[in-house]
Design a protein. Structure first.
Length: 130
């Protein structure tokens, strides 16, 4: 399937809690994000086009004292996760201030899950099984 995002998302190693600020309830956990949106892993289905004011609890970040970031969002998609009891919810950030952009970039830079091949030392020919 072709990627339609204007900006690639960064998978995160820190599954920060995401709350609905209107009712204070936990929505789920941050799975990935970029400067224009995020994917939240939730135990509840969410209606597409629903507007939410969310709070993302921040992991420890060098030079940043904020414990959370509040953002207005819109649900752009919702689908079942591989684990059938969960849903993946795509959120679009409606407005992101410059300070919030800096915080989002810090989260991505410090907690991005990097999918690179491990740097194992080369093996000797006699160690290779055929």
């Amino acid at each position: 399937m072709q990627e339609r995002r204007r900006q690639p998302r960064k998978d995160l190693m820190s599954y920060s809690q995401v709350y609905d600020l209107q009712n204070g309830k936990l929505i789920g956990y941050l799975g990935d994000m970029n400067l224009i949106g995020a994917m939240v892993i939730s135990d509840q289905s969410m209606e597409v086009n629903r507007e939410l004011m969310i709070s993302i609890q921040l992991p420890e970040l060098p030079g940043i004292k904020d414990e959370s970031i509040a953002l207005p969002t819109r649900v752009v998609w919702c689908q079942k996760d591989i684990s059938p009891e969960y849903f993946n919810v795509g959120l679009e950030f409606r407005v992101v201030a410059e300070r919030q952009k800096a915080i989002i970039e810090a989260v991505m830079n410090n907690y991005e899950f990097r999918r690179q091949a491990p740097n194992y030392p080369p093996r000797r020919p006699e160690e290779i099984e055929e």
